[in-house]
Design a protein around this ligand. Structure first.
Ligand code: OSB
Ligand code: MG
Length: 422
């Protein structure tokens, strides 16, 4: 059963440069891995247009995206690429891989490729018409807002009918910045009475800053804040913040920090502690976790965390790590499948100028086909070697045929000479 892999490389210029944890990023780099394998003839199998059916065999394909995010991923793009080469070679030779051995982006992207190869990603949302409204609803994501009044004004019409959005706060980690962001959050809640907010401070405040923010928001308005992600730099400060303000908090970075500190246990311990409560601090509410699969690891690892969180009664939000439209679409399907009651955080396509491989419903950016990307093909070594041997044999056979012809030539000439002397 020969296998083959294609690896597409993208480098997408961003609409404008972004500062990610102090790193300026103007080009988003990533890969789409495409696994090919011969399979049984099956109705639902995705077929390749011309190559799909060869000698009555079906070639199944599966795809996943690998895009470590600068400033957030523990691996660099170069490290991910090297691991990708390794995992691809291993899969070609063995047909199986142990994804625990690889960095999060490679483990996640490859696991999605394996999942779709097996046709096991439920496409609950069948969407032929990207502009169909009901379809668009299925892809609902929390609208992403920066705490900037002018930018928020441009979304006024959308905000009138939206029930949930995510406000990024703490871009200026000063007390003045915190007060400013608190005012913006308060105005949003006052102006749009149907709106609930998720807030995200990305660990940028200390407790004083976070409290200065909360002070701008009255207790009635606070009840429409679903949670604030990572208000402070330290877990203990986040807990203090919730204790003192009654505002619920959600873990995102802290889950990965805990995992780094205590592999295979740290994240689970933080999740379990959320519902067990904190003995010395009453009224602390940790109500949600955010999972960014690209930063977390294989699908089975993500699923394990999701199950644990659900068991503790926590909300799980699947969230973007600035994937291309292709990766975001897979995340939308994953969210519909694994966290059906929770709106994912996937409103990040606006940072791009193009989409890749698959258009995201409701997004009008031009589409870059996979075939337009630089691509490397990997073949199974055994097949490759066999092919080389066949080539060599053919070469020898050609030579034998040549010698045979020459001998025949000589024989013919000899015959002529003998005839001439008769
Ligand atoms: O801070 O959660 C973040 C995207 C890339 C890197 C970091 C973050 C994000 C998002 C994604 O905010 C959007 C979302 O979660 O709604
Ligand atoms: Mg965040």
């Amino acid at each position: 059963m020969p296998r083959k892999v294609k690896l597409y490389h993208y480098q997408l210029p961003l609409d404008c440069a972004m500062i990610l944890r102090g790193q300026s990023v103007s080009v988003r780099e990533g890969w789409v891995v495409e696994l090919h394998e011969n399979g049984e003839l099956e109705q639902s199998t995705e077929l390749l247009d011309n190559e799909g059916l060869k000698n009555n065999r079906v070639i199944r394909i599966g795809r996943g995206e690998i895009a470590p995010l600068p400033g957030f991923s523990i691996e660099t793009a170069a490290q991910a690429k090297q691991q990708l080469d390794n995992v691809i070679r291993h899969w070609l030779e063995q047909g199986t891989v142990d994804l625990n051995l690889y960095c999060p982006s490679v483990a996640f992207g490859f696991s999605m490729a394996l999942l779709t190869l097996e046709n096991r990603l439920p496409q609950a949302i069948d969407c032929d018409n990207a502009h169909n409204d009901s379809c668009h609803n299925h892809f609902a994501s929390a609208i992403l807002l920066a705490a900037d009044r002018r930018l928020i004004e441009t979304k006024h019409t959308q905000l009138l009918t939206t029930s949930l959005c995510k406000l990024k706060i703490a871009t200026q980690p000063t007390i003045e910045g915190a007060i400013h962001d608190g005012e913006v959050a308060r105005q949003l809640l006052q102006e749009y009475p149907q709106l609930r907010l998720r807030l995200d401070a990305n660990q940028r405040w200390d407790l004083t800053g976070a409290l200065a923010f909360a002070n701008q928001i009255t207790p009635e308005l606070r009840s429409r804040i679903d949670f604030i992600e990572e208000p402070c730099g330290a877990v203990s400060e986040c807990l203090q913040f919730s204790h003192q303000t009654g505002i619920a908090i959600a873990w995102d970075e802290s889950l990965r920090d805990a995992e780094q500190y205590k592999p295979k246990q740290g994240a689970i311990e933080l999740i379990r502690a959320a519902s067990a409560g904190y003995a010395n601090l009453d009224a602390v509410r940790v109500t949600a976790i955010v999972i960014k699969p690209m930063l977390t690891g294989s699908l089975s690892h993500c699923r394990h965390l999701i199950e644990q969180a659900h068991q503790q009664g926590l909300t799980v939000v699947i969230s973007s790590s600035l994937e291309s439209s292709f990766g975001l679409l897979q995340l939308a399907h994953l969210s519909k499948w694994l966290t059906p009651d929770s709106t994912p955080g996937l409103d990040t396509l606006h940072v791009f100028k193009q989409q890749v491989a698959m258009p995201y419903p409701g997004c009008n950016l031009p589409l870059l086909a996979l075939t337009a990307l630089p691509c490397r093909t990997y073949l199974q070594q055994t097949v490759h070697k066999l092919q080389q041997t066949v080539n060599k044999l053919q070469h020898i056979d050609n030579k034998r045929q040549n010698s045979h012809n020459q001998i025949q030539d000589i024989n013919t000439k000899q015959h002529h000479i003998v005839e001439a002397y008769k």
